[in-house]
Structures are given as C-alpha cells and as structure tokens.
Ligand binder design. Structure first.
Ligand SMILES: Nc1nc(=O)c2c([nH]1)NC[C@@H]1CN(c3ccc(C(=O)N[C@@H](CCC(=O)O)C(=O)O)cc3)C=[N+]21
Ligand SMILES: [Mg+2]
Length: 287
C-alpha cells in the first residue's frame, strides 16, 4: 500500500522559534538596554558559505539583533584571523562570534576555534563547550543538533527508549547529535564509512539522522516503515540542484516523517544560533 510521509516544515517551526526570540529580545532591550550582537567572520568566497552567512545576517535583523560581518580575503593568514577573533573577544557589544567553516586549507580550524572566547562561542565548537555538552551541562546548544531536537519535539514524537541511528561522526553534527539523543534517553548508534552492513543498522532506526554529506545516500531500503527521517545534508545532485543526504522521493514512500532540503534542518540551525546569541546577551545583562 502506498504510504506518504508527513513532511516536517522546518521553515514554519523555525519562524515560531524566531518569533519567540524577537519578543524576548525586545524585552531584554527595554529592560536592560542590552542588544544582542553577533559577529560573523567569513574567509574567502565559497558560494555556499556566502548563502548561509547571508541567511544568518537576515535572521539577526528579523529578531532585532545587532550584527556585523567581517569578510576577509582567501589569502588571510591564520595570525590575522586569530587577531581579529581576539579583538572581537574584547568587544562589549559582541555576544557571539561565528567563524564560518570550512576555512581555507592553510588555516588550522582548531586553532581558530580555540581562540574564540568560550563565552562568545555561539556555535558551541570550542572544546570547553563540547565537554559541557558531553556532561549535559549546556551553556550553548550545538546549533544543528539542537534544531533537530526541536523539529522532533514539534511533531510530538517521544524518543525515550527508541532506536536512534546517526549516520556521520563529525564534531559539528554527528557526535553532538548522538549526545543530545542520549540525553533524551534514546538508544543511540553512530554509523560511519567503516560501519559493516550500514543499511541493516539503519533499518533498525525509529529515528534516522543522516549527516554524511553524500547526495541521496539514504535509500528507501535503509528505512524502517514509519521511521522519523532527518536530513542534515546540503548536497548537489547530478544536475547541480540543492538536495540532501536522503533520496527524498523514494524515502517519503516508506518513512513516517521526513525533513525536506531546503526548508528542513537548515533554517532551524540558524534559529538555534539566534537562541545562543540571546543566551549570551542575557548573561552580559546579568539575566
Ligand atoms: N561556524 C559554522 N557554523 C555553522 O553553523 C555552519 C558552518 N560554520 N559552516 C557550514 C554549516 C552549514 N550551515 C547551514 C546553515 C544554514 C543553512 C540554510 O539556511 N539552509 C537553507 C537553504 C540554503 C540554500 O538555499 O542553499 C535551507 O536548508 O532551507 C544551511 C546550512 C551552517 N554551518
Ligand atoms: Mg556538514
């Protein structure tokens, strides 16, 4: 019998989150005079990074934040970039610093991330914040994983005791995602390129989260009927069109719930970035 998954509207959930953030921001400003401020640093001219950074700036304006962009040439040295980060660390009106990844090859990403003050690390990439996530003592939420948790909450699915399979083990998505699902009492498996019989492992999942970076990697025969399938991919298909890690048209006939690309996880990532920046500004205001 033909089935068709409920498509999770990331744009709508994200708008609700941003509306709440806008209300809280207005209140913070009125009561304390503090306006949340985000600095976005972009090095080089990667076209995908440009789109994401523009979306972040747009979101800042929507919720009433101050934002500034530092667009540096691709030849920027690591020393110059670290110097900028250190200057932003000292600026009172900047609550969050986001250095857009990936960085050009001659720059050590880890050195730059560790230069960001943990108090302004709204990506939650600094090792101090990663450690806190591991323990379950958050200052900042990891943006993409936290956005995914909100999407799953929005459809009213309780993950307690369920099988959650995460495909991908990056420090940015896969690993923190697994931690958040563990904190929510799911039974968590992380798959990667060396996993033996990956389709079989994926078929066990009540919640399947694809963060591999390979276009249409997840096929219908890797999905348990009725499963919640979350697509973190931002890939290009054979025609150069934006698509995800999930073969959407095929998987929607098997899954119970499915996120689209675009309009799924991406907008939520940005909403969580706004949430972290507000949290940091509240801290500055003594709230
Ligand atoms: N320091 C850092 N922090 C990040 O959070 C970070 C990063 N570097 N590097 C790259 C990834 C990717 N990422 C996305 C953000 C928004 C969309 C987004 O807005 N997507 C829209 C459409 C995008 C489009 O049209 O191309 C959507 O899915 O609907 C996507 C991807 C943040 N990242
Ligand atoms: Mg990625």
């Amino acid at each position: 019998m033909a089935n068709s998954a409920v498509i999770i509207d990331g744009k709508a959930v994200s708008k609700q989150t941003r509306d709440n953030i806008a209300v809280e921001t207005a209140k913070l400003k009125a009561e304390t005079g503090v306006t949340p401020g985000l600095a976005v640093v972009i090095v080089g001219d990667d076209s995908a990074s440009r789109v994401y950074v523009n979306n972040k700036k747009k979101a800042c304006a929507e919720v009433g934040f101050y934002s500034e962009e530092h667009a540096l040439p691709a030849e920027t040295t690591q020393e110059e970039l670290v110097a900028l980060v250190k200057e932003l660390n000292t600026r009172e009106e900047i609550d969050g610093i986001l250095v857009q990844l990936p960085l050009p090859k001659h720059i050590d990403e880890k050195a730059v991330i560790e230069a960001i003050s943990p108090k302004k690390d709204v990506d939650a990439f600094h090792e101090q914040n990663v450690g806190k996530i591991m323990i379950g003592n958050y200052s900042f939420l990891p943006c993409t994983p936290a956005g995914i948790v909100e999407l799953i909450d929005s459809i009213g699915v309780d993950v307690t005791g369920k099988e959650c399979v995460v495909i991908g083990r990056s420090n940015i998505v896969g690993k923190p995602m697994a931690m958040l699902m563990l904190h929510k009492n799911a039974t968590v498996t992380i798959c990667h390129s060396r996993t033996r019989d990956l389709p079989e492992v994926c078929r066990r999942a009540d919640i399947l989260i694809a963060a591999v970076g390979i276009a249409k990697f997840v096929k219908a025969d890797m999905v348990k009927p009725g499963a919640v399938v979350i697509d973190v991919g931002m890939d290009r298909d054979e025609n150069g069109k934006l698509c995800g890690d999930v073969d959407f048209d095929a998987v929607k006939e098997v899954a119970g719930y499915l996120t689209p690309v675009p309009g799924g996880v991406g907008p939520m990532t940005i909403s969580m970035l706004m949430k972290n920046t507000l949290t940091s500004a509240k801290e500055r205001a003594g709230r």
